[in-house]
Design a protein around this ligand. Structure first.
Ligand SMILES: [Zn+2]
Length: 77
């Protein structure tokens, strides 16, 4: 099958931000950003979040901003 390689990491995931344009990626929106950081406060890789490259970049930028504003815990990568 053509998709076998992509299935290596489990269920196929969608970029939820492409799917739902109403979801705003913003440093103030910590409820959303928290879903993209691990228990130890690290930003999850796109492979795990299922976000596309464009939105993943946006997410990590906003997480960094949120950390700067002390809205999210800061952990050095
Ligand atoms: Zn996307």
């Amino acid at each position: 099958m053509l998709y076998d390689k992509k299935r290596k990491y489990g269920k196929k995931k969608f970029c939820r931000f492409c799917k739902n344009p109403e979801l705003e990626i913003n440093y103030k929106n910590t409820d959303i950003l928290k879903q993209f950081i691990s228990e130890v406060g690290k930003i999850e890789p796109a492979r795990l979040t299922g976000a596309c490259a464009k939105h993943q970049r946006k997410i990590s930028n906003e997480i960094k901003k949120a950390r700067h504003m002390a809205l999210l815990p800061y952990i050095a990568d």
